[in-house]
Design a protein. Structure first.
Length: 101
């Protein structure tokens, strides 16, 4: 996982590899801390994810709810990652993102 700030109040979180019950807590900690900071847009780039477990999908759902509560725009980019796309579909978060990350 990596974090970058391409602009003020914008955060890009890039995730790669397997997202499972071992890595989900770190992802949740990272997303929660960024969503509670002074951001207006958080882009979650999952294009490098090889697998995404139900634990990680739960993290995405909770992050989406927190973003709504805090007034932060949360955009998820799955790219060509079939694992991420399937998990986003299952979580009801399958909204295409056409943004440069």
């Amino acid at each position: 996982m990596s974090v970058r700030r391409p602009r003020a109040r914008t955060v890009v979180v890039e995730v790669s590899g397997a997202m499972d019950s071992a890595t989900a807590p770190r992802l949740e900690e990272l997303l929660t801390s960024r969503l509670r900071s002074a951001v207006t847009l958080l882009i979650l780039d999952l294009s490098g994810v090889s697998s995404l477990s139900s634990a990680a999908a739960g993290v995405l759902t909770r992050a989406s709810l927190l973003a709504q509560q805090r007034g932060v725009a949360l955009r998820v980019a799955a790219g060509a990652s079939r694992a991420a796309t399937r998990a986003l579909d299952a979580a009801g978060m399958a909204t295409p993102l056409n943004a440069a990350v």
